[in-house]
Write a protein that binds this ligand. Sequence first.
Ligand code: HEM
Length: 449
Amino acid sequence: MTTTTVPTAPGAVPLIGHGLQLWRQPLRFVTSLNALGPVVRFFTGPAPSYMVTTPELVHRLLVTDARAFRKGRLSDSAVPQVGTSLLMDIRFPGLGHYDSHRRHRRTLQPGFHPSRIAGQVTAVRAVAERATAARWRDGRVLRVDRELLEMACAASSYAVFGCPERAAAVGAGLVAHLERAMYWRAVAPRWTDRVPGSHGFARSLTRLHSLVASALAEDAAGGGDDCLVSFLGRTRYDDTGEVLSPEQIGREVVVALVTGTHAAGNLLPWVFHELARHPEAEQRLHGELDTVLGHGRRPVEAEDLPRLTYARQVLFEVLRLYPPVWLLARRALEPVRLGDVELPEGAEVAFSKYALHRHPALHRDPDRFDPDRWLPERARSLPRGAYIPFGTGHRKCIGDNQAVTHSLTMLAAIASRWRLRSVPGHRVRPHARIFLDTGPLPMRAEARR
Ligand code: HEM
């Protein structure tokens, strides 16, 4: 197949191509492409983009042929706003894209070592305990989406800053400003700087950089806590011995906070939504929590997490059905062949984990919530690349362990004491922007007795 025989998604309109479909019903649009072929052409402007729909080709894109691609459009739109960081296309003099990323990643990786993350469990549990004690009451209807986003923000701020006062100063509102403006910058036309949220964005960015500067100053004076900022302040590139500049540390912190808050914080509302719709799964989860934590429900500790196997299956199933990072893209650095398709240099290639995770050829009854898919013997039969909530290859999420540990801890702390019930008449409509969320999610809290 050449690029001329690649199928084009139906319904393109002049000038904006499929932009309206992607804007109005993004999830329906990306899943509809599964049936058209392994590579499908679509348009959001005059130049074509290509959607890859099979695990084999996604694996080629992210692993086998990864050197032939860079990040592309999303990185290009975010860099002028928040600067270059590990998540974007970072470059060092004399090194290409791949080697620049590798050098930077090697330097940051120890900051996310599992032992450091395990050390955060007690603080993350305390975040959930404090929030539920403050606002949750038996029978009260809560905006569960906001509650859990705030908890995720407090948990990731703790991972970043260590010191509880500084973590408290971050606040979900500040992080939400950043996420909102980054989304609008990515989708708004290039000719305008005036995207919704830009004003709050500038203030939030300055505030975050100043929190980082004071944390680094405190560290230099010998009073800092062991946290991501203090690790980043100490780490050095192993080839030159150079340290990261405070500005660079600030940029990495923006990414860690936005993804830690929004990607992880959007996951738990989906978990409670699915548990409320599947009482048998909820009962199994409660049974496991009662066994592991005892009927007195002692607080969850890091050592308990490996024993929460069903809770982990529930989480993995929600990551399949509602992958928070639902769409990703790359740009070809050179002419490249994907399967039977020749792509020119500069081609934008996207893939959707939402579509891949619901592909009927890969997952039986793909729209059904079934945590037992993740029983080891069943999970083993999945083809490579069919389940990649955290990506794969050299750019796989560096915060995957943190996201799973924090989410499991909060799930255990909440579900050991609370059950959340759907509110009759409320329909959940997924919002797919940078991250996939439930939108407003009112649920009734019931204390477990
Ligand atoms: C449920 C939570 C999360 C999900 C689903 C998620 C998903 C992802 C995905 C899919 C990628 C790969 C992007 C690509 O290939 O272009 C990624 C990269 C990344 N994530 Fe996450 N993430 C989550 C949480 C976090 C957290 C908690 C942090 C930091 C504390 C984080 C930091 C990053 C960074 C820095 C990268 C870039 C890695 C690189 O390019 O080397 N993420 N994430």
